[in-house]
Write a protein that binds this ligand. Structure first.
Ligand SMILES: C[S@@+](CC[C@H](N)C(=O)[O-])C[C@H]1O[C@@H](n2cnc3c(N)ncnc32)[C@H](O)[C@@H]1O
Length: 235
């Protein structure tokens, strides 16, 4: 049976309603992927229709709106949504933002050129992630792209043994980077390629691991960056 709810309200209660983690600037690797893939089109004035899932404080939304994209976003936290709207207003930019759970996307089929997940889908349990990615597939145009950033099994927090295991490779932490942020799923390369993105064609996939040389937690973070194209009969 389809889930109606997946959003973990810890983001609203413990983080955004307290004014924390409201990022102001877009994620640098996301900017470089977008320019690598769409730089020429953006320069020539093509309007891309883009959706960000879990846009938080709207940092990446501002970037897309500034680039002239038709920009949409869905976010579970009403405090984060309100902050993003304020940021857009101050910069005189436009985007169609809604508060909602991205387990069900309020958009029609074949609608977006690009869907972005900058570390938002990982905040859900595996069964829900499968449904979320089906929804992403549904709303993408036939040759549309999905760019996703997903924490990997090598992430220092997972290796730290501080989390309570609630599902396969899925934890709740009360210490460290993910403390208070609710559900945290860590991905393997195989599950991304063979399970979650099986209906997509992977264009590139990178694994990034950042090792701090001074803190106790030497492996600070590790994540997959994946760009995939919707496979469809029309493609
Ligand atoms: C780590 S933050 C990332 C925020 C932003 N994408 C960025 O790059 O800074 C994860 C975001 O996903 C949102 N989120 C997670 N699961 C969600 C769901 N099922 N529905 C809606 N929002 C969700 C959280 O509220 C949070 O804002």
């Amino acid at each position: 049976m389809k889930r109606l709810k997946s959003f973990d309200n810890s983001w609203e209660e413990n983080i955004y309603s307290k004014g924390n983690q409201l990022n102001r600037y877009p994620y640098t690797d996301l900017i470089s992927y977008v320019y690598r893939l769409y730089g020429e089109e953006l320069k020539s004035g093509k309007v891309l229709r883009v959706l960000e899932l879990g846009f938080g404080g709207g940092n990446n939304i501002l970037f897309f709106a500034q680039e002239g994209c038709e920009t949409y976003g869905i976010e579970g936290s009403s405090s984060a949504h309100a902050f993003a709207v304020q940021q857009l207003k101050e910069k005189n930019l436009k985007a169609e933002l809604v508060t909602g759970d991205f387990i069900k996307l309020p958009y029609s089929d074949d609608f977006f050129d690009l869907v972005i997940d900058r570390e938002a889908v990982y905040c859900n349990v595996p069964d829900a992630i499968r449904e979320i990615i089906k929804e992403i597939h549904r709303v993408l145009k036939p040759v549309g792209r999905f760019i996703t950033f997903m924490y990997s099994l090598e992430h220092g927090s997972r290796l730290s043994d501080n989390g309570k295991l609630i599902d396969t490779d899925t934890y709740i932490f009360d210490q460290g980077k993910f403390s208070g942020a609710g559900i945290t799923h860590f991905f393997s390369k195989e599950e991304i390629q063979n399970d979650y993105l099986k209906d997509f064609e992977i264009e590139f996939m990178r694994h990034l691991r950042v090792d701090s040389l001074v803190t106790e937690q030497r492996n600070e973070y590790a994540e997959y960056h994946t760009c995939a194209r919707k496979k469809s009969k029309k493609y």
